[in-house]
Design a protein around this ligand. Structure first.
Ligand SMILES: *[C@@H]1O[C@H](CO)[C@@H](O)[C@H](O)[C@H]1NC(C)=O
Ligand SMILES: *[C@@H]1O[C@H](CO)[C@@H](O)[C@H](O)[C@H]1NC(C)=O
Ligand SMILES: *[C@@H]1O[C@H](CO)[C@@H](O)[C@H](O)[C@H]1NC(C)=O
Ligand SMILES: *[C@@H]1O[C@H](CO)[C@@H](O)[C@H](O)[C@H]1NC(C)=O
Length: 246
């Protein structure tokens, strides 16, 4: 889940360094520092436990023209916060590119920021002590400043490449166009749903869930399998739509 947050932060940084003098503005102190652990990939992780999790500082209300500028970096910053202003020329780097935002022209709507709740994510989270689970979910979905305030979950319908077994919600050995054997699986009941409910309770953002399948049941597909390149047989288009509704 951390990857999604990181991507969002990196995008903001990429846009912002273009036109802000680094070090300008006011650094906001506070929050809780990252408990760093290196696994020797491209960056470190921040370790949370039952009693501790890193948190960004509280963000003061912004003045007119004010900007809250968060930076995460490979060398150590994690959502460090500076307050800057569009109205203070000293904070704009001279000679650097300027970005002009035309608010009258709008493109796609952003649904929110979040992460995926696959069965493997849920199995790993459920393996933690219940206090640590709470802490972890609060750090992602909580509504306070110290949380990432995720507002979106992508929920795989059935198994994924990361699952410990292959399954969909209708693994009949014969075609089942009326979906008589459609059923949620133990992964949903024991792992995903309890965590979704917890995340929903913690979120003050009206958490949105975006359900997306990994594969249709094998009997709907041209190669009678869930792995590898194949396609839905056209006679099951309606059945597949009904599967989504269920
Ligand atoms: C939890 O993490 C904090 C910060 O890293 C650490 O000081 C504390 O000892 C940890 N607690 C346990 C029980 O490991
Ligand atoms: C990562 O690399 C550093 C420096 O090479 C080493 O000191 C550290 O023990 C390594 N950490 C792990 C978890 O392998
Ligand atoms: C899922 O099925 C594929 C193809 O039969 C197999 O290669 C893979 O190992 C299976 N995965 C699991 C977790 O059983
Ligand atoms: C599809 O594969 C399953 C499992 O191997 C098998 O039981 C079933 O008969 C196959 N269906 C067709 C139409 O080949």
């Amino acid at each position: 889940m951390a990857a999604a947050l990181l991507t969002a932060a990196v995008l903001l940084v990429a846009l912002n360094v273009v036109w802000f003098a680094s070090g300008a503005g006011t650094r906001v102190e506070g929050g809780q520092p990252c408990a760093v652990r290196w696994y020797n990939y491209s960056s470190f992780v921040c370790v949370c436990n039952a009693t501790y999790c890193d948190a960004p500082p509280s963000r003061p209300a912004l003045s007119n023209g004010g900007i809250a500028h968060y930076t995460s970096s490979r060398c150590g910053q994690r959502l460090s916060l500076r307050l800057r202003s569009f109205k203070n020329p000293a904070e704009l780097q001279s000679g650097a590119a300027r970005l002009r935002v035309d608010t009258s022209q709008q493109f796609q709507r952003m649904l929110g920021f979040g992460g995926g709740m696959s069965d493997s994510t849920a199995i790993n989270i459920r393996a933690l002590s219940s206090a640590t689970q709470q802490q972890l979910l609060r750090s992602y979905f909580g509504s306070s400043d110290g949380s990432s305030q995720y507002s979106l979950i992508r929920l795989p319908m059935g198994g994924t490449d990361f699952s410990v077994r292959n399954y969909t919600y209708d693994d009949s050995s014969k075609p089942d166009p009326s979906l008589k054997n459609f059923a949620l699986q133990p992964e949903d009941i024991e792992y995903k749903i309890p965590l979704l409910l917890l995340a929903q309770r913690l979120s003050g953002n009206g958490l949105k869930i975006h359900a997306a399948p990994w594969s249709a049941p094998r009997w709907m597909k041209a190669h009678n399998g869930t792995i590898g390149i194949s396609w839905l047989q056209s006679r099951y288009y309606q059945t597949w739509a009904n599967y989504f509704v269920k």
